[in-house]
Design a protein around this ligand. Structure first.
Ligand code: 5GP
Length: 189
């Protein structure tokens, strides 16, 4: 997606350890116009999948996910990182965070993920794929169907894309970064 790649080159910042900061337009301060264009592109790519629910993990997946849900007129559910005292009928799994280097639990009510659901998972980044694999695990445990996973940015030099595609999951990433070596952003496509 050219608009997104141009914006990443213009406003993205590289950090040691293969981290890209996009907090001025995607995951802290957000650009709604760009987010809408991102959602339009996800909708186009997954048009044939007959999705009936959009899912993400809080917090940074919520903005693109709700834009996609809005365009498709579908409900959006997000896995929570804090277990609410009042949540009944809960599904949970543990995820290792690459950026924070620690494990955390995510949970979601079975009321909002059921065997009737055909799910499109949306997130901001695909790095090692731990968050996405955790989400796929929640979807599988709920008996729902995973139709595909869409990421704004995939870092192809980390392993997530391969791990997901190897599991037979359809993955669509709008900007694929081949390398951040020497703090230079190089796109694969
Ligand atoms: P994964 O589980 O695929 O290793 O990492 C996914 C999550 O880690 C994303 O949802 C995102 O929040 C965070 N993440 C991974 N890599 C980056 C990065 O380079 N920059 C930022 N801002 N977040 C990242």
């Amino acid at each position: 997606m050219e608009l997104l790649k141009r914006r990443i080159l213009q406003d993205g910042r590289c950090f040691e350890g293969g981290i890209l900061k996009v907090d001025s337009f995607i995951n802290h301060q957000m650009d709604p116009g760009l987010m809408k264009a991102i959602a339009v592109e996800f909708v186009r790519r997954f048009a044939s999948e007959n999705v009936n629910k959009v899912m993400t993990i809080e917090a940074s997946g919520i903005a693109p996910a709700i834009m996609v849900g809005f365009l498709l007129d579908l409900p959006v559910v997000f896995a929570k990182k804090k277990r609410p005292k009042t949540m009944e009928n809960m599904l949970a799994t543990t995820i290792h965070s690459f950026t924070k280097d620690r494990d955390y639990e995510v949970c979601l009510s079975r009321d909002f993920l059921t065997p009737a659901d055909r799910v499109l998972f949306i997130d901001d980044f695909l790095a090692y794929g731990n968050a996405a694999i955790g989400a796929a695990e929640l979807i599988r445990t709920a008996g729902a169907t995973l139709c595909g996973m869409g990421f704004i940015i995939e870092k192809a030099f980390q392993d997530g894309g391969r791990r997901l595609r190897e599991r037979g999951i359809r993955v669509e990433s709008l900007a694929v970064i081949e390398s951040l070596d020497h703090c230079q952003i190089r796109f694969a496509r």
